[in-house]
Design a protein around this ligand. Sequence first.
Ligand SMILES: C[S@@+](CC[C@H](N)C(=O)[O-])C[C@H]1O[C@@H](n2cnc3c(N)ncnc32)[C@H](O)[C@@H]1O
Length: 430
Amino acid sequence: MKFGDTLNGKITGLDDKGRGMFEDRVIPFTFPGDEVEAAFVKRDKGMKIARLTKITSPSSDRVDAPCPHAGVCGGCLWQQLSYDAQLRLKQDMLQKTFEQPVIVQPSTEQFFFRNRMDYVFGWKGELGLKEYGSWNRYVDIKECLLLDKETPSILETIRGLMRDLKLEPWDAKKYTGDLRYTVIRLGKNTSERMIILLVKDFARLAPFHEQIKTALAPLCTTLYLGENPEITDVSYAKSFILLHGNEYLTEEVNGIRYTIHPNSFFQTNSDMAGKLQTAVLDLLPSGKILDLYCGLGFFGIAAAKKGNEVYGHELDTPAIELAKRNAADNGVADKTRWGAGPVEALDWSAEKPDAVIIDPPRAGLHPKALKALLENEPPQIIYVSCNFHRLAEELKQLKTKYRVESLQALDLFPHTPHVEVVAKLVYSNT
Ligand SMILES: C[S@@+](CC[C@H](N)C(=O)[O-])C[C@H]1O[C@@H](n2cnc3c(N)ncnc32)[C@H](O)[C@@H]1O
């Protein structure tokens, strides 16, 4: 088969990434039941990846997506699927992976549920998201239903600044240009908005601080310039200049106020994060809790407010500094301790927890962190995972000493194949 050749067929299932497939063919933006035509574009791990060219007969689960960019944009792979079907397919994927039923709690909101988006500048001057599956083709976002209604006009203001100040968009192939990302973070429950304009080099922007401030300060409560001088394509700033407003963003979840550093992780769906936090608290025993990958103290502070003694450990030093502040602001400084460093290097000798919360990044646990858990044998583990495939792999090892008492899922990520899973593991030496 040559690139560009036409493939015809009926989609029978989904691959691990939530893309429709039949036989050895994978076609993004298709769903079980669709009959399609597609153009063969590349091979990947023994599969033929094809681009959808025509739906000859649509699945009955298809809906008209409200966003004009759906079907191309990398932000929403599943927006053309009804929300009921999204939940059903997530449950099917979980059932297949864990070989048991796992109920998915639906998202309370299906649009405008995110509190953070990282919009990228494309080399032609686009400002938006990457096309699905591409690293150098960009969607110039005119509408986006993920963050809030004001977002498109903020992006338009930034495009205007780029033109007026004659700034160049970053070219990820040639490593040239000035503007790399626009990160927008919201306090959904505090009505705050942080805008970070991420640039290659602060010096290039130095003459324009006043113009940038005049255009963007009225639209936010915090305005930063962030600098990433490296060639790596990440929306992470090595340093910041505060141009306007408060140093930090604040968000409130379940009555707890969190102060958030511009670079630090915070659960991206505030409303569902509250439900996730409640689910974790409901599973926790009382006593000493070790909160690993604790971020700004999202779970640890809530656990301390319930009366537990908490030690939180996290790689991101600014997040740990804010975890201390967040604990104090929420009246639990005396019940909490916090430490910065990699979990894989944690000294367990001083910790004898009654339960451990682990909430690692998408890549999962470092092998040394997994080994330490198994060696130290905490009585209970509450594993919070945004990558259930990885969780399933790690469970194979954890099950040598632990029994899975419960598995539940919460949909923090509508219109994507992702879902948050919470597993409760209980030590069992039988
Ligand atoms: C999914 S987030 C969870 C954060 C926190 N539990 C929350 O709910 O807000 C994962 C966190 O792990 C941290 N992290 C990444 N690698 C780490 C490592 N090797 N050791 C410790 N923390 C790490 C990240 O900085 C991030 O804050």
